[in-house]
Design a protein around this ligand. Sequence first.
Ligand code: GTP
Ligand code: MG
Length: 138
Amino acid sequence: IERTFSILKPDATRRNLTGAINALIEKAGLRIVAQKRVQMTRAQAETFYAVHKERPFFGELVGTMIAGPVVVQVLEGEDAIKTYRGVLGATDPAKADPGTIRKEHALSVGENSAHGSDALDTAAIEIAQWFSGNEIVG
Ligand code: GTP
Ligand code: MG
C-alpha cells in the first residue's frame, strides 16, 4: 500500500468538478484518505513547483495555481503513485487517453485539472508540505 499527493487545480474547482474527478479517483481503486480545500499563496505555489522554476512557463504555472481554490488530497492504494498518474493521463490533455481526468476535463496543458506526485520521494515531500500526520486517516 502506497500514498500519493494530489491537487485538484483551480480550473477544476472553478467548474465544480471536484466530485466528478473524485469519482474517477475512487473508480480506479484509490482511497481519498485526506482532503481539504485551500487557497494557495504565491509563495506556496512557487515552492511546490520549484523544480520548474527555470522553465519558460513557470510564471504562468504559478499564476494558474493561485487563480482560485484548490483541493489537496492524499490518495492511498496499491501502487498509488503510478495508478494515479494513469488516472490523470498525459500532461497535455490532447495526448491523454479517453477516460482519464485530463482527457475528460482538462482545458489545456496549463489548465490541466489535477496534479499527481511522480515518485515516492516527491510524494512524501508533497504530503508533508500540506498535511500533518493526524489529518491523514487511512
Ligand atoms: P503535475 O502533476 O502538475 O506535476 O504535471 P506533470 O507531472 O504531468 O507535468 P510536469 O511536472 O512536467 O509539469 C507541471 C505542470 O506544469 C503541468 O501539469 C502543467 O500544468 C504545467 N506545464 C507543463 N508544461 C507546460 C507548458 O509547456 N506550458 C504551460 N503553460 N504549462 C506547462
Ligand atoms: Mg509533475
